[in-house]
Design a binder for this molecule. Sequence first.
Ligand code: ADP
Length: 267
Amino acid sequence: MDIHRIQPGTRVHLSTFDTRDTGGFGGDKATGKKELKRLTSRLEDLQELLYAEGKHRLLIILQAMDTGGKDGVIRHVFDGVNPQGVKVASFKVPTTEELAHDYLWRVHKQVPGSGEIVIFNRSHYEDVLVVRVHGLVPADAWQRRYDQINAFERLLADEGTTILKFFLHISKDEQRTRLESRRDEPHKQWKFNVGDLKERKLWPDYLAAYEDALSRTSTEWAPWYVVPADRKWYRNLVIGSVLVQVLEGLDMHYPPAPEHLEEIVIE
Ligand code: ADP
């Protein structure tokens, strides 16, 4: 799955990434789904270990165009994990209070503590994406943010947080199909947001903003993965595989049992 990771310093051109790619995986959808089951069950065990050990912190950042599948990833990849140690933080249009602070203020408050996994559904990257596309702050302000974000993520990493960032990459055609099904299927209509159509018109501006963000903020300590996301099963498989691989690499252990446990009699 390393093929989807952006090496630091690489200039990203999203048009060269195939959104329907299944590159790292030889199998079909059915095999992919079976493999995801195995991964989610492994993830369950690893998350329990992370929680029990209480040492590491894991931050997962999800970014995508509208309908890109952030909610689907949260539902399918984290299927069996214990909600006690996993939290989702969603970042919406900032409130008045949030706007009265620097843009990382609301973000820093949500980062994981020891033993926790936090999933960011959108993130501080909105502050170089939607904010840039709509000119919500002057250009020199958002331009400074790439370095600020790298420094912020470096701080978190230095203090023991593992950071993984996933851009769910869908094509514009795939977005049309997904918007149509939100328009037409009764159980999906609640998700239809007319505002998404306005953003869709700005597709090239968002692509340019994403390309800059991915190029400038994929670092050794907080790498970006560009996940081909037109096929949902493959998208889930990539993210599940990366998470399992990274968590297995943390060398975690259950804390030792209390001393003289074998002498305790329970009446
Ligand atoms: P989602 O699309 O993630 O399911 P919503 O439909 O509530 O959730 O959309 C959240 C909206 O908040 C998005 O349009 C997003 O661009 C916007 N948003 C998030 N962060 C910011 C920000 N810092 N400044 C302006 N808008 C933001």
